[in-house]
Ligand binder design. Structure first.
Ligand SMILES: Nc1ncnc2c1ncn2[C@@H]1O[C@H](COP(=O)(O)OP(=O)(O)O)[C@@H](O)[C@H]1O
Ligand SMILES: [Mg+2]
Length: 270
């Protein structure tokens, strides 16, 4: 992370157009090739092909049960796949071992439930993985954790425990914790779905800021305002398949499939 540490979350300017398929080196940062996965008889990912370029913000939309979370979880091997391959910055994800730990550290993940350690202070939550996994000194980990907490606007809460913070604050800590590992890509799986409505924007603002700084992001979200503002590309999934991929304005104004039209009519008309 090279940005300044003391800014509060601010509305980032909309993402500018970026190359759609590959970065300037011609290599996608995340690539899924013919990925298939079953849970028992349920075919949950069906021939998923997806590339995400460096600096690209991808928003994944689709009805509940379409495989969005499973796809995210395969990208850092929280779930295995049956066939196909997943590459992070050109390197295939191995099944297990030290190399998997290393590659997994390159993928930051933020979940609907914040998953902070309840018995650790906020600062300790953010310092933990850098000290344990990256072997950063405690002093350096502390300094960087404070910078990250300032960046997401919760540095004043550093010595508190998660339960003493609001949901929006906890989710911002979860983002800081993921960033502390210096990931190449950040995955967000419905990061605002468990929040009270008045806390949604403070989390989306942090995500917009990250997007504006060039972070590569894959975001599963139903926040259409965020999708329109931040996404370079939208992917629509249903029944384990990617049915549509396109620029946000194209997708929202001219969805091609009946499934997408139906989905959009349900979320936008309320
Ligand atoms: N661990 C699991 N075991 C069995 N079935 C699962 C598991 N996780 C998810 N599923 C099923 O896989 C399908 C896709 O789920 P999920 O990826 O969570 O979809 P989404 O995030 O789009 O709502 C659903 O039918 C869900 O019930
Ligand atoms: Mg899900």
């Amino acid at each position: 992370m090279t940005n300044t540490a003391t800014t509060t979350p601010a509305q980032a300017s909309p993402a500018t157009a970026r190359p759609d398929e590959a970065d300037s080196n011609g290599r996608p940062l995340v690539e899924l090739r013919h990925v298939d996965k079953h849970f028992g008889d349920l075919h949950v990912l069906k021939d998923i092909n997806l590339t995400v370029s460096k600096g690209e913000v991808l928003v994944v939309l689709g009805p509940s049960g379409s495989g969005k979370s499973t796809m995210c979880r395969t990208i850092n091997r929280l779930e295995t796949i049956d066939s196909g391959s997943i590459l992070i910055d050109g390197t295939p994800l191995p099944q297990e071992g030290r190399e998997l730990t290393r590659l997994r550290a390159e993928v930051g993940m933020v979940f609907q439930q914040f998953n902070l350690f309840a018995n650790k202070t906020i600062i300790d939550n953010v310092m933990l993985a850098p000290v344990k996994v990256r072997h950063v000194s405690k002093q350096d980990a502390h300094d960087e954790a404070m910078e990250l907490l300032a960046r997401v606007g919760v540095d004043s809460q550093a010595e508190k425990y998660p339960a003493q913070l609001s949901g929006g604050q906890q989710q911002r800590v979860a983002i800081a914790r993921a960033l502390a590992m210096h990931p190449k890509v950040m995955l967000f799986d419905e990061p605002t779905s468990a929040l009270d409505p008045e806390m949604v924007n403070e989390v989306l603002d942090v995500m917009l800021e990250l997007a504006g700084e060039g972070m590569t992001m894959i975001c599963v979200t139903h926040e259409m305002g965020f999708a329109r503002k931040a996404a370079d590309r939208v992917v629509f999934m249903a029944d384990g398949k990617i049915l549509e991929t396109g620029a946000p304005d194209d997708f929202f104004e001219h969805p091609r499939t009946e499934r997408a039209k139906d989905f959009l009519s349900k979320i936008i008309d309320h």
